[in-house]
Write a protein that binds this ligand. Structure first.
Ligand code: SAH
Ligand code: SF4
Length: 442
């Protein structure tokens, strides 16, 4: 979502004469768009700021000015602290305020570093209504935010505090944006939200509320769009219509469905409001709708009170579902969240061991899945150059990284690839003769 947000900030700044640069050396303004989800992400902000300060000083020595800004959720949560600890930062603004950038920049440039701006209120107006049409060439694989914020208040999570309460954009606005992305060359769109399947946006005729399933059907009707994905979803919001929508050929057979833990006790302490059995049930129903569906998930290990037995339950759940990839983390106490005050902390060494065991297991499952992919033909959306000359890389429908020998004429195309070999983290394939659509592949 920060990638999407950064693109939209560039849209707001372009009319003011700013354009994106590749490096900070010659920039007139640097914006760090930050993430507050775990402690490590937050620490990174301060080390990045320290590095960037050097460029600012250089610029000022030559009589110039470089505005330094911190945006995103660290700005939202720790705005005052940033201004205090980093006196060279000119602007601090939260994720719901970037439509106000022109006013903020005007103040910061006029004062030449005298006035420092902090903007972390949740504004009364909605940024999506105020933003200019997106202009970024979002590329062949584009992100589109449809929902933001969260009302679920899992006990470990800062999102409800930093992104604010749940908000869904209107369906018409989203479909129009998706069409513009396709006109601009996108073949794949990933619909984004912190809780994307809690989406409940006004229907295009304004008369009803659409869920994510309705939106997926409408987006799938866009000619020229080949692939759809969505992330991140919550198991409790997988309703019947959404499960059935997984039969849509354009919706890719790979679903990121975070569960966090396989222990009922820990799920309850996390306030996830469901038990492990609900997760198994959802997975089973999804696989009925789309038999080749593969799953990835998020896990937190070392949540306060997690015993060996609780962790074993998580490992058991991973085996039973057969996840092929994961984002997994040690619990990180976040200021202001209920879990930060919980007792029975798990020793860091134990948490590290559990994390390694969990990642090892999912890695085994991933390798097995990659090996089984050999001999199949899949649609691959080639969008990057490989390390070796004459090599292009893209994603399979199951989100695997696939590399093939192909010249640049195949770049940004969805092509049929015969998979020759599966490795730990990637697949090696060769081009089939013709490019074709997803429906024909896999
Ligand atoms: N809405 C999604 C997750 C959004 S946050 C859901 O409900 O599952 C992204 C991921 O960051 C989470 O799934 C979780 O695994 C991780 N995360 C969030 N807070 C964390 C914390 N305090 N410590 C460790 N990991 C955390
Ligand atoms: Fe955070 Fe997701 Fe829980 Fe919302 S549902 S509080 S975003 S982990």
């Amino acid at each position: 979502m920060n990638v999407y947000d950064s693109n939209r900030m560039a849209d707001v700044l372009r009319p003011l004469g700013y354009e994106q640069t590749k490096s900070a050396d010659d920039a007139d303004m640097v914006i760090l768009n930050t993430c507050h989800i775990r402690e490590k992400a937050t620490d990174k902000v301060f080390s990045d700021l320290g590095r960037l300060k050097v460029h600012k000083k250089d610029k000022e020595k030559d009589g110039g000015q470089m505005i330094m800004a911190v945006a995103g959720c660290v700005a939202q949560a720790e705005g005052d602290f940033i201004l205090e600890r980093a006196p060279y930062v000119d602007m601090v603004f939260g994720p719901q305020t970037y439509h106000e950038l022109p006013e903020m920049v005007a103040k910061a440039t006029k004062s030449n570093g005298e006035a420092r701006i902090i903007n972390t209120e949740f504004p009364g107006d909605n940024k999506f209504d105020k933003l200019p049409e997106e202009q970024m060439n979002t590329g062949v694989s584009a992100f589109l935010s449809i929902q933001e914020g969260c009302d679920k208040f899992c006990t470990f999570c800062v999102v409800p505090y930093t992104r604010g309460s749940e908000y869904s954009r209107g369906a018409k606005e989203i479909i129009d944006e998706a069409k513009r992305m396709v006109d601009g060359g996108a073949l794949e769109i990933t619909l984004l939200g912190q809780n994307v399947n809690a989406f409940h946006g006004t229907s295009p005729d304004g008369k009803s509320i659409w869920g994510l399933a309705d939106l997926l059907h409408a987006v799938a009707d866009i000619d020229g769009l080949e692939r759809i994905r969505y992330t991140t979803s919550h198991p409790r919001d997988m309703d019947d219509d959404l499960i059935a929508a997984h039969a849509l050929p354009k919706l890719q057979p790979f679903l990121h469905l975070p569960v966090q833990s396989g222990s009922d006790k820990i799920l309850e302490a996390m306030n996830r409001k469901h038990k492990r059995d609900l997760f198994f049930d959802v997975v089973e129903r999804l696989r009925k709708a789309r038999p080749d569906l593969t799953f990835s998930s998020d896990f937190i290990v070392g949540f306060p009170g997690e015993t060996d037995q609780d962790f074993d339950d998580t490992m058991d759940l991973i085996r039973r579902v057969g996840f092929v990839s994961t984002y997994s983390f040690k619990f990180s106490a976040r200021p202001g969240t209920p879990a930060a005050n919980m007792k029975n902390l798990v020793h860091d060494k134990v948490a590290s061991e559990r994390l390694a065991a969990l990642q090892g297991l999912i890695n085994e499952q991933q390798v097995e899945f990659n090996r089984q992919s050999a001999g199949l033909t899949m649609g691959v959306l080639l969008d990057r150059r490989g390390k070796k000359e004459g090599q292009l890389i893209g994603r399979s429908p199951y989100n695997q990284s696939v590399f093939v020998e192909a010249d640049d004429s195949h770049m940004n195309k969805l092509v049929d690839v015969y998979i020759e070999e599966g490795f730990d983290n990637s697949l090696k394939g060769r081009l089939k003769d013709k490019t074709s659509t997803q429906e024909k592949a896999v």
